[in-house]
Design a protein around this ligand. Sequence first.
Ligand code: NDP
Length: 278
Amino acid sequence: MGVLGLGRMGTALAGALLGAGHDVSVWNRSPHKAGPLLDRGARLAATPAEAASAGVVLSCLSTYDTQWPALEAAALSGRTLVNLTSGTPEQARDVSKWAASEGVGYVDGVIMAVPQGIGTPAAQILYSGSEPTFAAQREVLEVLGAPVFLGEDAGLAALYDLALLGMMWSTMAGYLHALALVGTEGVTPEQFEPLASAWHSAVGGFLPGIGSQVASGDYATEVSSLDINAAGLGLLVETSRAQGIGTAVPAVLRELFDRAVAAGHGSHAIASVIEEIR
Ligand code: NDP
């Protein structure tokens, strides 16, 4: 296997492959970062093409812009590329088209884990692109984490990645707002975290119901109307202001919920907000 990119993630990927007994050839712009991997038996490639001579290449650079020169220098024709650099669906599709024109077997992947999780089943890695290429590499990809194949459109993995990360960032921003709010009365993160974690799990339980309402387009509710939730958001914005903290996080949600109410969804469930988002 060849690995292009030895940042935090590339180093973890190469380390997992070495740990599973694979022969690994590594290339990085700054070669000194390869030191610990060389101690574990990796070979240092002087160029991307030297790393690619292994036949199967994992690429994990910071962005597509930084990755293109390495891919073009890697002489990948007739070889396999697993692209684990984060990007947009369009960027993944562009590499897929380029790979097809160069005769490269191509799979795009996104890593739903931190480097410390690589090599464990908890590290979910989502793939899309050529199914035969994925099937041929499945065994080695299982070394990195739990692989999930999404489909032949190479852009799908990046689409799922951004959708899931969007959920993570919204949750984290909501938590930070909550910590700032209770912090105005001296409540510490240690005191608040157990309640927040329990609440976070309870909220996770709402996801299947929201999903079925979105799928059916039936937003009738016996639980809690959008009107009530929009009013609650108003209280949160007002209280945040009164306690002297910023309102950026709840204000954006309030604006969205208010628009959905104005569009006639006040008596519907929260799931109806998707109509405004769309
Ligand atoms: P790092 O910042 O640790 O490493 C970046 C890598 O890109 C290094 O190999 C660096 O080389 C290389 N690089 C940056 N600029 C250039 C350039 N101009 N030319 C050549 N090489 C360049 O990032 P990570 O390893 O954390 O992330 C890598 C990818 O993995 C990203 O797309 C990220 O989104 C994705 N990812 C990361 C996760 C994480 O938790 N870290 C989680 C999921 C995905 P050099 O060493 O020479 O600077």
